[in-house]
Ligand binder design. Structure first.
Ligand SMILES: *Cc1c(COP(=O)(O)O)cnc(C)c1O
Length: 483
């Protein structure tokens, strides 16, 4: 590729009239463009050159005298092409300490799911085809029995995400009718998912009972009337109400509902399929426990604690699931083959709990030992310090990770990582925000957390397999600083 180093701008004649600019065709015929064309194609190359010449013409017409040669103009066009063809969705290092980070794509999929996705994308599959009788199948059949086995539910169906699941359930059970919810459970999940709004969109009417901190069984019972379609419980995903509080258990709400021949619906949010205490983690109510408490319908996410692809899983009574599947919205909210391909092997990992913490990526991250992360921090400290130079001090430090995505909002996991602070107190805040931006500008951006006058890099999500790639771009951090 032609370089611009051999033509010093100082020797270039000034361009101060548009007629001195080269013709688009002339630049397109250059060796540089002929090479770029192999990669980007003629249309994109023509567009890039046109844009550069157009921009330069505007500058000249505005009175600017340009000191540019053709190679420099070609370099500008190349930059445009590179930018236009660069992927927007890029891998990053999640060192925020939040494992299920919604803005960073939540759960990382287990290898078995990744392999299945590649297969499903590259070959036809029996997504809705019954291989036994050659007739039409139902995509939910691929995972329904597995989900029922893992949750104790009678039936299951899958939609795009848990928000879709809640919408579909409410629209099926309660169209033009009332749903009773405690005032302590009217949650808002990030990204504008609010229970009252979803209720409205589903065509159901929200009946609030109790108060923010206290709701009693009689509050539910007294609110039941002719228009009541269901009693709903919402898991307080991203907050906790503490102090003088009272809420009614899933089992008691189910009992009240059933006395009135009404169904209960529990939006679990995260929903876990296993008792996390078995791995030394805090307890989060399982889907099975919720089903056993008498809930007629339970919904939860595929990419939170479950550790699979984005999906909404609806489980419950057979007759209700059948009704839900008949709702025309189901067709609009259904999942594609890529999701199905990822979900099935993820669920199957749960059949062998002994290997779960090894195979299920999210659980492996949750259960990483602080000592292991400490050893990793000690190993990475010197190279990072060397890359950053003397203006920053890099220390190893204990920290706490969060599960994220609203699961167990008040619980944290003891972790370890690197804590960076400016060597001098002068404009420490600005130095830190600049450092944070530099890390974000790396080829594979490193996302940390500014906290307590330091930049914290929690190593929980930097597994050994990714460590080499992390180390490899440290020289870029140094170069970028010098640039
Ligand atoms: C996360 C969550 C949702 C939304 O689930 P998505 O899978 O993000 O659509 C709904 N309700 C609760 C209680 C949640 O925690």
């Amino acid at each position: 590729m032609q370089t611009i180093a051999d033509s010093s701008p100082a020797q270039q004649p000034l361009i101060n009239h548009p007629s001195q600019l080269p013709a688009v065709d002339k630049l397109l015929l250059s060796d540089t463009m002929q090479q770029l064309r192999q990669h980007y194609g003629l249309d994109a190359c023509t567009q890039a050159v046109r844009e550069v010449i157009g921009e330069l013409r505007t500058r000249v017409l505005a009175g600017e005298a340009l000191q540019l040669d053709h190679a420099q103009m070609l370099a500008m066009a190349q930059q445009r092409l590179e930018k236009r063809f660069a992927p927007r969705l890029r891998p990053v290092f999640n060192l925020t300490g939040t494992v299920l980070h919604t803005n960073l794509g939540r759960a990382l999929l287990p290898q078995a799911a990744i392999d299945a996705v590649v297969q499903a994308m590259s070959a036809p599959a029996n997504l809705e085809y019954d291989l036994e009788d050659g007739g039409r199948g139902d995509r939910d059949d691929l995972v329904e029995s597995l989900i029922c086995e893992l949750t104790g539910a009678e039936a299951a169906t899958i939609v795009n995400n848990n928000a879709a699941a809640v919408l579909l359930v409410l629209s099926t059970l309660a169209l033009n009718k009332e749903v009773i919810v405690s005032r302590g459970e009217l949650v808002e999940i990030g990204g504008a998912f609010r229970i009252p709004d979803v209720m409205t969109r589903a065509g159901a009417r929200l009946v609030e009972v109790g108060t923010t901190n206290r709701t009693h069984a009689k509050d539910y019972a007294e609110a039941i009337g002719d228009s009541t379609a269901a009693l709903m419980k919402v898991h307080c995903s991203n907050y906790a109400i503490t102090g003088f509080t009272r809420s009614v258990s899933d089992a008691d709400v189910a009992h009240i509902a059933h006395e009135h021949q009404l169904p209960t619906f529990v939006d679990l949010g995260s929903g876990t399929l296993v008792d996390l205490r078995d791995w030394g983690l805090p307890h989060e109510v399982t889907v099975r426990e919720t089903v056993e408490s008498g809930a007629d319908i339970v919904t939860f996410s595929g990419d939170k604690l479950l550790g699979g692809p984005q999906a909404g899983i609806i489980v419950g009574k057979k007759a209700l699931i059948a009704q839900i599947k008949k709702n025309p919205l189901k067709r609009a909210l259904r999942v594609g083959k890529i999701t199905m391909a990822a979900l099935e092997p993820t669920l199957r990992l749960y059949l062998n709990p002994e290997k779960l913490a090894q195979e299920l990526t999210t659980l492996r991250l949750f259960t990483r030992k602080a000592a292991e992360m400490q050893a990793q921090a000690e190993l990475l400290q010197a190279p990072l310090q060397a890359a950053l130079g003397s203006s920053f001090v890099v220390e190893t430090a204990p920290m706490t990770s969060q599960i994220g995505s609203g699961a167990l909002p008040v619980e944290s996991l003891p972790s370890y990582g690197l804590k960076i602070h400016p060597a001098s107190g002068k404009q420490a805040g600005r130095q830190l925000t600049e450092l944070e931006a530099r890390l974000r500008a790396l080829p594979r951006p490193v996302i940390g957390r500014l906290h307590d006058d330091a930049l914290w890099l929690d190593l929980r999500c930097l597994e050994a397999s990714a460590q080499a790639a992390w180390l490899q771009q440290l020289p870029a951090l140094t170069r970028q600083h010098k640039a």
